[in-house]
Design a protein around this ligand. Structure first.
Ligand code: G3P
Ligand code: MG
Length: 234
């Protein structure tokens, strides 16, 4: 399976509704997007701690209200054609995934560990309020505390552990999280690591793999999902 990274980050400004819509026109059957909380506690779709790189504003996402965040231009930095794009609320992005029939891999983007519990609680409240289907959702994070809170408040939603390093006893450490998947930086994946993950009955996803020529090599290792900026190339 192919999933669009941050929507479809090579085709449209990352983490925007335009990116989600464009991903749906490609081979992608799902997308990955990042979520964090606004100052008024609303989950929004954005990667960085600061709005500087991907909008025309400045300051941290966590210090701006949803209204302030949505007043920013989140598209022109990528291409003037996308000047109308704003930072989506997570609710808007979820509705777009449903409309576009895409599986949502939602990365809980934790910049500081104490953010984990309030973010997961807000995401859980939203999932329950809009009845987002559990079989269309994977909640993923680098942050163990966030995945533990998912296990407490949304036990029926699949959980994925994102990693950019791996140790010999990693699977033992992760065992209590009762994960569905491991989402690994493709640079560190080896056949031996892939074999151990598959033997543990976990789905294996890799990010951010933008070279279609390498698709078969990773498929041969047992990779289930390639998260890519350029799903149009696959
Ligand atoms: O979810 C996988 C990948 O998105 C993790 O890295 O920095 O792109 O959020 P990042
Ligand atoms: Mg991400």
């Amino acid at each position: 399976m192919i999933a669009g990274h941050r929507g479809a980050a090579a085709l449209a400004p990352e983490n925007t509704l335009a990116g989600i819509r464009l991903a749906a026109t490609t081979a992608a059957t799902g997308i990955e997007i990042d979520t964090q909380l606004s100052a008024d506690g609303i989950p929004v779709v954005f990667h960085d701690e600061s709005v500087k790189r991907c909008t025309n504003g400045s300051g941290n996402v966590s210090s701006m209200t949803l209204t302030q965040l949505q007043s920013l231009d989140a598209g022109s930095w990528f291409d003037p054609r996308f000047a109308a794009q704003t930072i989506p609320s997570l609710e808007q992005a979820m509705q777009q995934c449903l409309a576009s029939d895409l599986i949502l891999n939602l990365e809980l983007k934790i910049h500081h560990t104490p953010e984990s519990i309030p973010l997961v609680n807000a995401v859980a409240a939203l999932v329950e309020r809009i009845h987002f289907p559990a079989d269309k959702l994977i909640l993923s994070s680098f942050e163990i505390a966030a995945l533990e809170q998912c296990q407490r408040v949304l036990p029926d939603v699949r959980r994925g552990y994102i990693c950019e390093d791996w140790s010999a006893n990693q699977l033992d450490t992760l065992q209590p999280l009762d994960l569905f998947s491991v989402h690994m930086d493709h640079h560190i994946l080896t056949p031996a690591i892939a074999t151990s993950i598959k033997a543990a009955n976990l789905q294996l996803q890799i990010w951010t793999m933008n070279d279609p020529i390498q698709k078969q090599r990773f498929a041969d290792m047992g990779v289930d999902v390639i998260i890519t900026d350029c799903p149009d190339q696959f």
